[in-house]
Design a protein around this ligand. Structure first.
Ligand code: FES
Ligand SMILES: [Fe+2]
Length: 400
C-alpha cells in the first residue's frame, strides 16, 4: 500500500473539525480502513444462535467470512470459511447445524474443530493435519461473541481486552444478556462511507432535529445530559467509562454510559411503558438505559426489558451495512410477553431516520463544495472516535 495519499490526508486534518473529503471517498482510504478494522474485535453473534452442538452461523467482514461453530467439545470456535483445497467457500448458507463441514466444490470434509477429516484421491504423502480450516481469534463475553478477521492470523495478536472484558462481563451479567434470545433483526444498507455512519452514531447533536421519538424519551438528546462521572452508578453498580485507547493500538476501545429516560418512561417504547419482562436479575434499569460499545463497529443499548445490538459492516467506500438486533429475556414468549412490532418500533424509526440523514451527509461530502466543519459541544463522542481512527490510520499506513 502506498502511504503517500494517506499521509497527505493525515497531514491535512484539523483537530476539532470533520475529516477531509478523501477520507470518505477514496478507495485507498477504504482499503487502509479495512486493514485497520479487520484487526479489531467485532460482534459476530449471540450465544443463543449457537447453543446446540454443531450449530453454526456465518459472520462476514469485507472479503472475510468466519464460521462461528459450537464444537463437539462444547467450545465455540471461529474458522475462516475458505477451503484448504483450492479456496472455495465451505459453508454457503448463513446458518445451520452440521456434524461435518463438506466443501461443495470437491467434497473435502472438515470436523467441527476445523481439522480435515477426508479428502478424496490425494497422493500417498498428503498429510491432512496440515490442511485444517484456519482458526480466527474469538472471545465470548456475557453471551456476546466477538471475532477478529485478521488477515495475517499467525503473526498479529488481536488487541487486548484486559480493560474491556471485565467491564462488559459485569454489564452483561447485570443485564441478563447471556440468557437472552434474539427477538428480531433488521438490516439497512446505507449509501455512505462507514465513518459517516459511525460519526453519526456517536453524537446526539442530531437527535433533537432528526429523532423526535428518541428525543422525547431520552435525556441524552438534551444539551449537557452526557455527564460521565467515572464513579460507580448507584443503580447499575457500573461506572461510566470511555476508553478510546488513543495512546496505543494494543488495547480495544470500550464505552459504557448510563443515561436517564424522561420522567415516567420505564423503557424505550412509544409511551414509555414496559414492552417485555425484565431481562436482568435487578430491576434497576427501569427508567434508564445503558449505551455500551466495544471496538469500532459494535454497539449495545440496554433497557430493563430489552436490548439492542448494532453491528456495522463497511461494504464499499460508499456502502455500509447496519444490522440491528433486538434481545429479550430468553424466557419471554412472542405474542404473549412481547409484541415484535412494539418492541422494535423505536430503533426501527430511529435507524430509518439515521439512514436518511447519513445519506444526505454523504451526498454533501461528495460535492467539491464540501470542506471540513467544526464540531459542536454536543459531539465529543464523535471527536474522540475520529481521533482514535486517525491514530490507528497513522499506524496502519506505517505498517507494510
Ligand atoms: S475447493 Fe473445497 S474441496 Fe476443492
Ligand atoms: Fe441518530
Amino acid at each position: 500500500m502506498s502511504a503517500s495519499p494517506l499521509a497527505g490526508l493525515l497531514a491535512s486534518v484539523r483537530e476539532g473539525w470533520s475529516l477531509p473529503r478523501e477520507a470518505y471517498l477514496a478507495e485507498a482510504t477504504f482499503a487502509a480502513d479495512m486493514t485497520l478494522l479487520s484487526r479489531r474485535w467485532t460482534f459476530a453473534g449471540h450465544v443463543s444462535e449457537v447453543g446446540r452442538l454443531g450449530s453454526w452461523i456465518l459472520a462476514r467482514f469485507g472479503d472475510e467470512e468466519a464460521i462461528i461453530v459450537r464444537g463437539e467439545d462444547g467450545a465455540l470456535r471461529a474458522l475462516a470459511n475458505v477451503c484448504r483445497h483450492r479456496g472455495s467457500r465451505v459453508c454457503v448458507a448463513s446458518r445451520g447445524v452440521s456434524r461435518l463441514f463438506t466443501c461443495p466444490y470437491h467434497a473435502w470434509s472438515y470436523r467441527l474443530d476445523g481439522s480435515l477429516q477426508a479428502a478424496r484421491e490425494m497422493p500417498e504423502d498428503f498429510d491432512p493435519a496440515g490442511f485444517g480450516l484456519k482458526p480466527l481469534p474469538l472471545v465470548e463475553i456475557g453471551g456476546l461473541i466477538f471475532v477478529t478477521f485478521t488477515p495475517d492470523f499467525a503473526s498479529l495478536e488481536p488487541p487486548s481486552l484486559d480493560l474491556a472484558r471485565p467491564v462488559l462481563e459485569a454489564l452483561t451479567a447485570r443485564l441478563g444478556w447471556r440468557e437472552a434470545k434474539i427477538a428480531h433483526r433488521e438490516a439497512y444498507e446505507v449509501a455512505a462511507n462507514w465513518k459517516l455512519v459511525m460519526e453519526n452514531y456517536h453524537e446526539c447533536y442530531h437527535c433533537g432535529p432528526a429523532h423526535p421519538e428518541f428525543a422525547q424519551l431520552h435525556a441524552l438528546a438534551r444539551p449537557g445530559a452526557r455527564g460521565l462521572t467515572g464513579a460507580p452508578d448507584p443503580l447499575t453498580g457500573l461506572a461510566d467509562l470511555e476508553d478510546w485507547g488513543i495512546d496505543g493500538l494494543e488495547r480495544e476501545t470500550v464505552r459504557v454510559m448510563r443515561s436517564q429516560l424522561s420522567a415516567d418512561c420505564a423503557t424505550g417504547s412509544r409511551e414509555g411503558a414496559p414492552l417485555a419482562p425484565p431481562m436482568g436479575p435487578s430491576p434497576a434499569l427501569w427508567g434508564h438505559c445503558v449505551f455500551a460499545e466495544l471496538g469500532y463497529l459494535s454497539a449495545f443499548l440496554a433497557y430493563a426489558d430489552h436490548g439492542v445490538i448494532y453491528r456495522f459492516e463497511p461494504l464499499a467506500p460508499l456502502r455500509t451495512r447496519m444490522e440491528v438486533i433486538w434481545l429479550t429475556s430468553g424466557a419471554a414468549r412472542e405474542g404473549e410477553d412481547y409484541d415484535v412490532e412494539a418492541l422494535s418500533w423505536l430503533w426501527r424509526v430511529t435507524s430509518e431516520a439515521d439512514k436518511t440523514i447519513i445519506e444526505r451527509n454523504q451526498a454533501g461530502v461528495k460535492s467539491r463544495a464540501y470542506e471540513p466543519g467544526p464540531f459542536s459541544g454536543m459531539e465529543p463522542g464523535t471527536q474522540q472516535y475520529v481521533a482514535r481512527y486517525l491514530a490507528d490510520l497513522a499506524r496502519v499506513t506505517r505498517t507494510p
